[in-house]
Ligand binder design. Structure first.
Ligand SMILES: Cc1cc2nc3c(=O)[nH]c(=O)nc-3n(C[C@H](O)[C@H](O)[C@H](O)COP(=O)(O)O)c2cc1C
Length: 206
């Protein structure tokens, strides 16, 4: 059990974006979880078929609640997002007994944001972004290694530019739900929904 009166819901905080910021800070500082910033991102394709995968949340804006992650724009998730920009993202910190679910819409990050983030990645990761046709069929492992080698030769001696098919997405929340584990399974859930530009909260049964 986490003893943090300021983050319990005796009084429901007015602003879920600030609260999520506090939970993320706490997860980074307290959680033994290496990927404390992982989000399980669920998308649906044009036929309504869902799929989910972990991605890393790289930027969080505690004022707007916007979450930025990066990926290949030709991947399965990106095709899904093109067909349906509505997504659902779950975060789970097992050690902290906390879950957050964010539902909302995604749009591409600006080229500038994608360029700046790409420049912070290791050279190996940058070359990998050129080499991988994420989610496409790979005939054999050697093909991938060859593609990494080709990318390495192509950009030898200079910086690796961001591939045009790689960049960020920004998730703007329409609802944010907080779940906090409590004694005897009397867990707490608080759901915030954006209504006419304002956040409205209510408790849910666990
Ligand atoms: C901890 C973890 C973090 C990951 N982070 C990312 C990420 O930030 N971006 C990404 O494209 N894939 C990431 N992946 C790989 C994805 O889970 C997934 O395999 C890939 O994006 C292809 O998904 P898709 O075919 O559904 O588009 C991560 C995997 C793990 C295990």
């Amino acid at each position: 059990m986490i003893d943090e009166p300021d983050l319990a819901f005796e009084v429901i905080p007015a602003d879920p974006c600030a609260l999520l910021g506090q939970w993320l800070d706490h997860a980074r500082e307290q959680s033994a979880q290496p990927n404390w910033n992982v989000i399980y991102l669920a998308t649906v394709d044009g036929h309504g078929r869902p799929s989910v995968r972990p991605v890393l949340q790289k930027y969080y804006d505690a004022t707007t609640g916007r979450i930025t992650f990066f990926t290949n724009y030709h991947s399965r998730k990106s095709h899904d997002i093109e067909a349906c920009p509505m997504v659902s993202a779950a975060m789970h910190w097992d050690h902290l007994e906390r879950v957050v679910r964010v539902d909302g819409t995604v749009e591409k990050a600006t080229e500038d944001v994608s360029d700046r983030y790409f420049a912070t990645r290791s050279r190996e990761s940058q070359l990998g972004a050129w080499a991988s046709e994420q989610s496409a069929d790979l005939p054999d492992w050697e093909t991938l290694l060859e593609r990494v080698f080709e990318a390495s030769a192509r950009f030898a001696g200079g910086p690796v530019p961001r591939p045009p098919h790689w960049g960020g997405y920004v998730l703007t929340p329409q609802s944010i739900e907080f779940w906090a584990g409590r004694e005897s399974r009397i867990h707490e859930r608080v759901l915030y929904v954006k209504d006419d530009g304002r956040w409205v909260s209510r408790r849910l049964y666990p």
